[in-house]
Design a binder for this molecule. Sequence first.
Ligand SMILES: [Fe+2]
Ligand SMILES: [Fe+2]
Length: 328
Amino acid sequence: MLLNATQTQLMPFEYPWAWDEFKNLCKNHWLPQEISMASDIQQWKSNTTLTADEKHLIKKILSFFANTDVLVGDNIVMAIYRHLTNPEVRQYLCGQAFQESIHSWSYAHIVESLSMDQKEVFSEFKRFGTIKDKHDFQAAFLNGVMHPNFSTESLQGKKTFLENLCAYYIGMEGMQFYSAFVLLLNFKRRNLMVGAAEQLEYIVRDESLHCRFGTKLINQYIAEYPEAWIAEVKEAVRNNVSRVVELEDAFVADCLPRDVLGMSKEQFSRYIRYIADRRLESIGLEPLFGIEDTPFPWMNEIMDLPKEKNFFESRVTEYQASVSLDWN
Ligand SMILES: [Fe+2]
Ligand SMILES: [Fe+2]
């Protein structure tokens, strides 16, 4: 059982897929400090390499990311871990929470390397604006489950918990990150901010796996507690996805007051709807927008983890070789 399990031993596994996902997650270990920011620093300081719009865009994205992984980590550690009592699922959640802290380190590493105003970047989510809207929408799902009186014993508790899983694994890790990923990764395609973008590539890879695990977890939850997956909850999940799409439209408009590096608001509007439809389908819900193709097919190469793409594997091998447990 996912909830209120009586079995505390890890093996034999009740959910071998959760164990497999945990092992996959562990293969992706990387650290931000391994990635050189030298050329990014040069480009950021130059008055001619990046335009004011491009710098505005980079700052906005970092302001969004700077606090978001903290929120995801909090949701795992302070909200859902207490209730998801199956041992192999918990094993995954521990690994995921660690990765979220690596992601936060990564954004701090970029902000520090570029000598950005740390207070400005890290407190944007508290101010009025599109980043605060995204943050507040998400934090509400955490607060409900984190409350000391919250319980999954009742049907209402099971429904609220399922909404949280969908809001975090589908709405947050599956949607809210993706416009910002594309916006920043596109710089690398122009040979700009390659250090920051390389870190983002690793994060995209991690997030793709988190989303895949979350999708399996949600489908397992639905199979075990079908009484919680009723029309009212399905409708709430679709409404939440629809709200994320609106929040993303506003965020992208904020990041892109004008087209930057060939990217337009219209492309992103189509992209987030394409992603939303795929996420809904992955948990057995009807798509909302009927968008079948992505305006950014190159993102699929990074996000869908094709086995033939070996840039990550080669770095992981290098990484594992480079840290031969030197205790000095
Ligand atoms: Fe993350
Ligand atoms: Fe994540």
